[in-house]
Design a protein around this ligand. Structure first.
Ligand code: N2P
Length: 358
């Protein structure tokens, strides 16, 4: 009996050793690829974080950027198979899971997943983090030039009310993002940014079309630079992008509208078509190290879901109420949700907005 036990103990040790070595060459699944292809939002990862990964793991990171969730979805639906890690927002994760576009994560390769704070560890769009882990989170509101606005323009009226908005005609941008643009219009009108009510959506469409008279551009990637170069003075956009620009140009700042706006979380996910799930998991696990998560938060000025990272986050980021908003502001924010059957209606109305004059 003792001998049988001893033999099976040796077997167990052998089997786990083999597993740790990658199954003794069984398909090379546990080997890092030479390259990791990241499809990301623009300016959304600290350069030193990428370099650190490349040096430590011997993997070249190749990054492509997208302007909005729908562009990312369309790319995957069209069969783009080259991406290892993608960064969809909350509602888009839900859509991608439904469409079978995301791989399930192998937790054995993600020991740092325990660093994710309770607030983010069980998101409604991916219960239990089966497919994705949260990356960064933030809000959508209004960026502005403080030389032009003595008081913060903390209402959507500055972008939509004809009297107020016409003052900034030609000096205003809106995000090139259907959900965010409709979200802002719906909030201004007093509706939910997840409205699926046709009459409310038509009203929002008409408002967006009327607003085009004052718009310089729909842009999701350079709008903060347009503020800095004085092309614009007010801009619909994502919180951290304005704070990042403010590091170089202190005239720029950001306000969350009183009517409320979007709160969102972007996520690190692996497409089912990824060239190397193992390399993707090594990268995602690395991004969940507290020091690395902090480096990204310090760079992009967005909140991190990793509480252990707070020790490494600059005081000014941590203490900025527009990055970590107080409870009363949080209560006014809304998450975007998958619109289900109403998605084609949004698509049609967005096309109408973009096609309308001037
Ligand atoms: C970063 C854009 C933030 C992503 N430049 C918004 N979900």
């Amino acid at each position: 009996m003792k001998r049988i036990l001893a033999t099976s103990a040796i077997l167990v040790v052998l089997v786990s050793l083999l597993a740790a070595c990658g199954g003794g060459g069984g398909g090379g699944e546990q080997e890092l690829a030479d390259e990791l292809h990241l499809y990301n939002w623009s300016e959304y990862i600290a350069p030193e974080v990428v370099e650190g990964f490349e040096e430590e793991f011997g993997v070249d990171v190749i990054e492509d950027t997208f302007a909005n969730n729908e562009e990312l979805l369309a790319k995957l639906q069209a069969g783009a198979g080259g991406y290892d890690v993608i960064v969809p927002s909350d509602y888009m994760v839900e859509i991608m899971i439904e469409e079978g576009l995301l791989a399930e994560l192998n937790r054995d390769n993600l020991p740092n997943i325990t660093n994710v704070g309770d607030l983010f560890a069980d998101p409604p769009y991916d219960p239990g983090m089966v497919h994705c882990v949260p990356y960064l989170w933030g809000t959508t509101g209004i960026g502005y030039n403080t030389d032009v606005f003595e008081e913060p323009p903390d209402s959507w009226a500055y972008l939509f009310d004809p009297e107020l908005a016409s003052e900034y005609a030609g000096q205003m941008t809106m995000l090139n993002d259907a959900r965010e643009a409709f979200g802002a219009a719906l909030k201004y009108l007093g509706y939910s940014l997840n409205s699926t009510n046709e009459a409310e959506l038509m009203e929002a469409r008409d408002l967006l079309i009327a607003q085009k008279a004052w718009i310089y551009a729909y842009d999701s990637e350079q709008y903060e630079d347009l503020l800095a170069s004085d092309e614009t003075v007010i801009s619909h956009g994502w919180s951290g992008d304005f704070f990042m620009a403010a590091e170089e140009d202190e005239r720029i700042w950001y306000a969350i509208p009183q009517e409320g706006g979007t709160i969102w979380a972007d996520n690190l996910c692996i497409p089912t078509s990824a060239p190397s799930q193992y390399t993707a998991e090594a990268f995602i696990n690395y991004l969940m190290r507290p020091e690395i998560a902090a480096a990204n938060s310090n760079f992009a000025w967005y909140g991190t879901p990793i509480p252990a990272a707070y020790d490494f986050i600059d005081e000014e980021v941590l203490n900025e109420p527009a990055i970590y908003p107080p409870d009363d502001v949080m209560a006014r924010l809304e998450w975007l949700e998958d619109l289900g059957d109403a998605t084609p209606l949004y698509e049609r109305l967005w096309t109408e907005v973009r096609a309308a004059g001037p």
